[in-house]
Design a protein around this ligand. Structure first.
Ligand code: PLP
Ligand code: COI
Length: 361
């Protein structure tokens, strides 16, 4: 498959330096977008074409566009960081590109070549480099590549036209208020994904399906929902937008990739980073009974959630229909914070990148 060259059509009216600086002072998460976006089209029989960098702006869609009805859509999330010398690097974009291909296969969509995905992200970050927050804190430029079915018509079948887009948004911490433990609602009835379904694809429908449970969790005073497997309602899988790690002293366990949870890139990175820090990390199955019992008997010392947007976030209170308990006294745990600092140090260029994860721009 050939990689189309990205034609540059830069904005004639980017935001002023003062307006951009005002946004960067308090970016929040996903609220503001940079001056440009990259778009690439795919048409049956023609392949990928019309790759462009254009001013950020609305997409005009016919009301009968396929994606609006049948949700044939996939997306990714990755970050670019400012390093101490002012240069910019993104974290494992090739891994996101490969996961995007896997999601495309599951949703019967065309696969974008890995190098085109990475090039599209690179071109956008290079043009909107001034939007990458300063080195020093945790802020970054969050990239959101996505693809939608653009064929017009109401027939239910894989579309014959698609649009790939990359947008970028400066990001402060995902959970405002700093690193404080999140509270979790452990859902024993609502499920996020089923065996044979699309749980391991990054597709919008999974997130739509999680919203009601998330609203119910919020009504119970919890920040996030943890989902169990859909068959036995017993095995812990993941949160709506993050993977989970269970810490037993120096030993870490993250739920096995059963097909109904997302293969997080942060999760994968931590399996490797933990070993660097002298911790033992492995995949395994953790039941809800074990979670509760081991928290209560003190062997399960910490639990944390991880993902691109949220980095690593400690779990504090856990609530479920069977009761409520606290992880590590409701405080961020030592192992959690050690891993968090180590990961952020690599991402922001403070520590040596021994795994070759950073992609320089
Ligand atoms: N699980 C779900 C459902 C997600 O949406 C995300 C976020 O991307 C993750 C896990 C974590 O994945 P990653 O570390 O690749 O961001
Ligand atoms: C991410 O961490 O990149 C996610 O996609 C999580 C959420 C914002 C959907």
């Amino acid at each position: 498959m050939t990689t189309p060259t990205i034609e540059l059509k830069p904005s004639s009216s980017p935001l002023s330096d003062a307006e951009r600086e005002a946004i960067l002072a308090n970016p929040g998460f996903g609220r503001h977008f940079t001056d440009h976006m990259v778009t690439i089209r795919w048409t049956e029989g023609r392949g990928w074409h019309d790759a462009q960098l254009v001013p950020y702006g609305p997409l005009a869609l016919d009301p009968a566009t396929n994606v609006l009805h049948y949700a044939q859509e996939i997306f990714e999330g990755l970050k670019a960081y400012r390093r101490p010398d002012g240069s910019v690097a993104s974290f494992r974009p090739d891994a996101n590109a490969r996961r995007f291909q896997a999601s495309a296969r599951r949703l019967a969509m065309p696969e974008l070549p890995v190098e085109t995905f990475v090039e599209a992200c690179d071109v956008l970050v290079r043009h909107d480099k001034a939007w990458v927050p300063e080195h020093g804190g945790e802020a970054s430029l969050y990239l959101r590549p996505f693809m939608i079915a653009t064929e017009v018509g109401l027939g239910v079948r894989p579309a014959n036209e698609y649009l790939f887009v990359v947008i970028a948004s400066p990001a402060g911490p995902y959970f405002p208020g700093g690193v404080k433990p999140v509270s979790i609602w452990l859902s024993e009835d609502r499920v996020r994904a089923v065996p044979g379904g699309v749980g391991d694809a990054k597709t919008g429908g999974n997130y739509a399906a999680s919203l009601l449970a998330q609203a119910e969790a919020a009504a119970k005073g919890c920040d996030q929902v943890a989902y169990l497997d859909a068959v036995e309602h017993k095995w812990v899988e993941e949160l709506g937008g993050m993977n989970l790690y269970f810490v037993y002293g120096n030993k870490l366990i993250t739920p096995t990739l059963t097909g109904s949870l997302l293969a997080g890139i942060t999760r994968d990175s931590l399996l490797k980073l933990a070993a660097d820090l002298g911790l033992e990390a492995e995949e395994g199955r953790v039941s809800i009974d074990q979670w509760q019992a081991d928290s209560e008997n003190g062997t399960l010392t910490e639990v944390f959630a991880c993902g691109t947007a949220a980095v690593i976030t400690p779990v504090g209170t856990v609530k479920s229909a069977r009761g409520e308990w606290q992880q590590s006294g409701g405080e961020p745990g030592e192992v959690t914070m050690k891993l968090r600092d180590a990961l952020l140090a690599v991402q922001t260029g403070k520590a040596e990148d021994t795994h070759g994860w950073m992609h320089e721009l």
